[in-house]
Design a protein. Structure first.
Lengths: 171, 742
């Protein structure tokens, strides 16, 4: 997306803009800062973990480790998808908790202007208020920004909001 | 910065430089190396000292070894500037010098003094490791010890410090020391062990040879990868490359494992000293013997069993071995013997702690268990010896009449068992009153790679560690309704006349159970004393799995101990056998009737009963019958009047006591076929033979009749209340073996 020849104007522009990776779950489109995405694994069959919290989509092997993945559909309260989702590998800032995020599809990298970001509407329900980090007003529609920090499985478990999802069996 | 430093240096030039410099540079590489080396030297010294006591005839060699250790420390400390350590080492060296020249005799007192020197040196080394300095109170802390060493050297009045105290007092002081010293010593030993393991955890000594081999294998791995990348999957030599990759990986794994292996002797090395100190505290006379020190064990496992083993050794000295007086009364030598043995047995390492003490008095165990409310008196009455011994592993159990400083601190055998089981091992106890007790710790060779059985349930794969797997039972769908019985809401299975609780894995995990199929499998599992049958849909291959940890969120579920990538690339969760039992509500049972059942069956061997002479029943021990073949009559050939059969490239002699072949001969029926038992001694496969029989009747258990009832070459047995001849046609040894079996 970015062009190499950088001059002062572009530098300025960069501070003003952000590059997001767009993704889709249900009808809506979401974006995560590309710097926080480690890898896009693509469509993967996940091994489900019985008795796990509803937001856990399953586990997937990743570079010699076993990666826990979070189902974004489950977070939104959407019914489970029949086909395999796309897995993104996200890194914690500290790097001590690496996890996967499962979405319906991954779009591409989009550059957005920071000034186009608008805060969450006050009418949003508590769950979504926690998950969403404002929305960018794009030409094609709205793109909700997500904060990977808040999607960490251990963080999600702490909040207790997503323990009982729409689909998973309860403990 | 410079100015104040210079001023301070002017005031007290030497002393300050010494105490400040080590602090500043903290602990540098040179010092680190010195500490590691000295600790090795001290370990060696400790071993030699305890040996010196038991083998005075080798004193020259041993003293030289000890001298060398102390001398090395002294030399290096002087060079590194650790004054306190140097002073103490010097005093020790002086004493050892006299000993080496033969001016002193080896006495118990002398050895105690040297052991205290050892503790002193260790304490300073630890201080250096922790703080980088050896402490400033050099003179007042060690002077007593130095004086004592000097006194042992026979020059007591010389040093100014012992001048202050009269000889009488110093002797008295020593007597005082002699009593509390061992406890003090044990506490220092404990502290050194603690910090020793802390630094020992981080580093590992590996044979350069092993490392080189590893490097070579990695090189080969890279080469193989390059070849694979170049040739591609379609290439003709691809299968060969895959095979090579397989062998290189296996070799590499083996080598890495080998590098992690540490001889058990490292762990044993701590015990002579501990046993010596303990024996003195408890007033026992104990000799310690080792075997199999070179047995290798994974480093992490070695760490894991250190505490249980230490506990077992303490127990053996404190509770196991009686006081010398009692031993003499019992007709045993005054000196007790503690044997530590390590050896490999079927993929695991067994460490045995055996004493020749009083053994465990069962009535006391039962009395204690009743007193503690662990069992009711009625239950106790019905308990077998084995069951009663298992009580010792229950939490809150200790048979020590009095709580001593050594044992009875509330941590008992239950902790030993829990710790060993945590790493996938098991604990066995064997005891004979008056003869001694043997405790066996059985641990797997390594932790990272576990043999496991992969099963499927609810459309998912799960791995069950083989260590917990007792047996597998297949239940066909048509039998399911009959064999699965209910007690209230819980389902049980009758396994060899014992009720086994059944747990449906798919139901427990809330999985969608599969539609009706051919049947299901039940894995009989045992962990932490719980035994249950886990019902799964299907069994996949047994595999050696590499355990991968799970994230915190998934660990919280508490049912899975990890995950693994299977051969086909999919993931399988590793089931925590004990946690699953707890989740399903299975309580530990403490009986081992299983083994009794096996013993009973040994008294009554299984027989294959057949008919050879008309209306006469003959039996063969089932173990010697390899196959039952139906052979067309035309295939039986004759040579020199004897019937022979070509069987799998071997010429079998046929024995035909019932003249079955002659009957066929007269019948002239080409289509007829004879039933032939292919028999062979399982031990010596060469002596196979065929036995022609009329028909095979049954397989059943029988009891051998007393020798008197039998006559001549025949043994008779009662099989299903009918007289049966035991066939004896093999060599004399085989016949003897049968009788042993039967």
């Amino acid at each position: 997306m970015k062009i190499v020849g950088q001059d002062a104007e572009q530098m300025h522009e960069e501070a003003e803009s952000a590059s997001l990776c767009s993704m889709f779950a249900g009808e809506e489109s979401f974006g995560i800062d590309t710097a926080k995405i480690r890898e896009v694994l693509g469509r993967r069959e996940l091994e489900r973990v019985p008795m796990a919290p509803a937001f856990v989509a399953g586990v997937v092997p990743y570079r010699g480790d076993v990666l826990t993945t979070v189902s974004f559909r489950a977070l939104l309260g959407l019914p489970e998808n029949t086909e395999a989702g796309c897995v993104l590998v996200l890194d914690d800032d500290g790097g001590h908790e690496r996890f996967g995020l499962v979405v319906d599809a991954v779009g591409g990298v989009v550059t957005v202007q920071r000034k186009m970001l608008e805060a969450n509407p006050c009418t949003l329900d508590a769950k979504c208020k926690w998950l969403f980090d404002g929305a960018y007003k794009m030409e094609s529609g709205l793109m909700v920004q997500l904060d990977p920090q808040k999607l960490r499985p251990s963080r999600l478990a702490e909040t207790g909001m997503f323990r009982q999802g729409g689909t998973g069996e309860s403990l | 910065m410079r100015l104040p430093g210079a001023v301070v240096a002017d005031k007290s030039p030497r002393a300050n430089a010494l105490s400040v410099v080590p602090d500043k540079r903290d602990v540098d590489d040179l010092t680190q190396e010195f500490i590691a080396e000295s600790q090795d030297g001290l370990d060696r010294m400790e071993r030699c000292l305890t040996e010196l006591e038991t083998r005075p005839q080798d004193s020259q060699l041993l003293v030289a070894e000890i001298f060398r250790a102390v001398h090395t420390i002294k030399g290096t400390t002087g060079f590194l500037g650790f004054n306190r350590l140097e002073k103490l080492a010097h005093a020790g060296e002086h004493l050892l010098g006299s000993l080496r020249e033969g001016r002193l005799a080896v006495t118990e007192e002398l050895i105690s003094g040297l052991l205290r020197l050892l503790d002193g040196l260790r304490a300073i080394l630890i201080l250096i490791e922790e703080t980088g300095g050896e402490g400033t109170r050099a003179s007042d802390e060690d002077s007593e010890l130095i004086a004592e060493l000097a006194e042992l050297n026979g020059e007591a009045p010389k040093t100014p410090l012992s001048e202050k105290s009269t000889p009488v007092v110093s002797i008295k002081a020593k007597e005082e020391i002699a009593q509390p010293a061992p406890t003090e010593a044990t506490s220092t030993v404990n502290s050194t062990q603690g910090s020793g393991s802390a630094s020992g955890d981080k580093t590992l000594r590996i044979d350069v040879e092993v490392l080189n081999r590893m490097m070579n294998l990695v090189g080969e791995l890279v080469l193989t990868r390059n070849q694979m990348l170049q040739s591609g999957v379609e290439a003709t030599n691809f299968p060969e490359l895959a095979r090579r990759l397989d062998s290189v990986t296996a070799d590499l794994r083996e080598t890495v494992m080998q590098a992690r292996m540490q001889p058990v002797g490292n762990l044993f090395g701590k015990f002579p000293r501990m046993v010596r100190d303990l024996a003195r505290t408890c007033g026992r006379d104990v000799r310690i013997e080792f075997s199999g020190q070179e047995t290798g064990l994974d480093k992490s496992l070695l760490e894991a069993i250190k505490d249980p083993l230490t506990h077992a050794v303490r127990n053996a000295v404190d509770h196991g071995i009686e006081s010398p007086a009692d031993r003499v009364l019992a007709g045993k030598p005054a000196e007790g013997c503690l044997r530590l043995r390590a050896f490999h047995q079927s993929g695991s390492v067994v460490i045995e702690v055996a004493d020749d003490g009083a053994g465990i008095a069962l009535e006391r165990v039962l009395a204690k268990a009743i007193e503690r409310g662990l069992v009711t008196p009625e239950q106790a009455k019905e308990m077998t010896e084995r069951e009663a011994l298992q009580l010792i592993f229950l939490p809150g159990f200790s048979t020590a009449a009095a709580v001593t400083t050594v044992s009875g601190r509330g941590v008992g055998m239950d902790v030993v068992r829990a710790n060993v089981e945590k790493v996938g091992g098991s604990v066995e106890l064997e005891s004979k009153v008056g003869l001694g007790t043997t405790l066996r710790l059985r641990v797997p060779l390594t932790l990272a790679i576990v043999p496991a059985l992969v099963v499927r349930s609810g459309g998912q794969s799960f791995a069950l560690p083989q260590t917990a797997l007792v047996e597998l039972v297949y239940i066909p769908a048509r039998d399911a309704a009959q064999v699965v019985e209910r007690v209230g809401a819980s389902e049980v299975y009758r396994l060899r006349e014992r009720l086994l609780p059944m747990i449906w894995l798919d139901r427990l995990l809330g999985l969608k159970s599969k539609a009706e199929s051919h049947g299901f499998y039940m894995a009989v599992l045992e962990a932490e004393g719980c035994r249950y049958g886990l019902v799964v849909d299907d069994l996949l291959a047994p595999e050696e799995i590499v355990v991968k940890p799970l994230s915190a969120v998934l660990r919280e579920i508490g049912l899975f101990s990890g995950a693994t990538v299977l051969g086909n690339g999919t993931l399988a969760l590793i089931l925590d056998i004990a946690a699953t039992a707890a989740r399903a509500g299975v309580k530990p049972v403490m009986d081992e009737q299983e083994e009794q059942a096996v013993e009973v069956r040994q008294d009554e061997a299984s027989f294959l009963v057949f008919e050879d002479r008309a209306r006469e029943r003959t039996a063969l021990p089932l173990g010697v019958v390899e196959r039952i073949e139906s052979v067309p009559f035309s295939r039986i050939e004759y040579a020199n009047g004897r019937a022979l059969l070509q069987y799998r490239g071997e010429l079998l002699q046929l024995r035909d006591d019932g003249r079955v072949l002659d009957e066929f001969e007269t019948l002239q029926d080409e289509e007829a076929s004879a039933t032939i038992l292919i028999c062979g001694d399982p031990q010596t496969t060469s002596s196979r033979m065929g036995i022609v029989v009329r028909k095979v009747l049954d397989v059943s258990d029988g009891t051998l009749l007393e020798k008197e009832a039998a006559n001549g070459e025949m043994d008779l047995a009662l099989v299903k209340e009918r007289l049966t001849t035991i066939f004896r046609g093999f060599g004399a040894t085989a016949g003897k073996r049968w009788r042993e079996v039967a």
